[in-house]
Design a binder for this molecule. Sequence first.
Ligand code: DC
Length: 226
Amino acid sequence: MIITIDGPAAAGKGTISAYLAKKYGLAYFDTGMLYRAVGLQMVLEHHDLKDERAASSLAGALSFQKMNELAKHPDFRSDIGGQAASIVSAYPSVRAALLTMQQNFALNPTFPDGKPANGVVYDGRDTGTVVCPHADLKLFITASAEDRAKRRLHDFALKGIDTTYEKVLADLLERDERDSKRASAPLKPAPDALLIDNSGMDAETFISTTIPMLDEKIQMLLNKNH
Ligand code: DC
């Protein structure tokens, strides 16, 4: 079973992905981590973010182990990591280098402890359009930029990252613009994706209104595959 969940930053993709992964015994693949790893490595190694060749060579050498090491850095989830990820993710050579890693994961999906999973929930920007165009179920999750900025600000506060609502909103709008206007695999819903706008909902309401509808679809898919 392959489920893809795409949408802009802080739209609630992680929340629903984690819920579905747990409920159906699926591995969770946060594909943004790959781009964050390359972006942060560029910053830490003092490469110019405009240097596509450096970014593509780091992407080509990236392993899951290296990605998990970089994920411990305080800037991995900060605005710095997010902006760097968004910039390097616009390079076609970087996307090409990371595509196989993402697609191969579905051939033999595993949990972090190495145990086999029943499938994968992919979370990203192009997972339903490019990474897994034949996914069993595709969702495109969105919310207003203001709601997403409030959520991101709350996440940052929990992590002790000091910033302001205005900075977070400006950062999200800039990333939305770059992610959706880039020529290579731009952020957009797959034609067969289910569109869900959770503006004005808290995480609990989002899950409680969306899951019953998805459960029915997933159950039908599971019955069909048996
Ligand atoms: O989901 P995130 O905020 O961690 O993603 C960071 C950046 O990575 C995002 O601005 C765009 C890029 N990205 C992408 O281009 N394709 C994906 N499948 C996932 C993320």
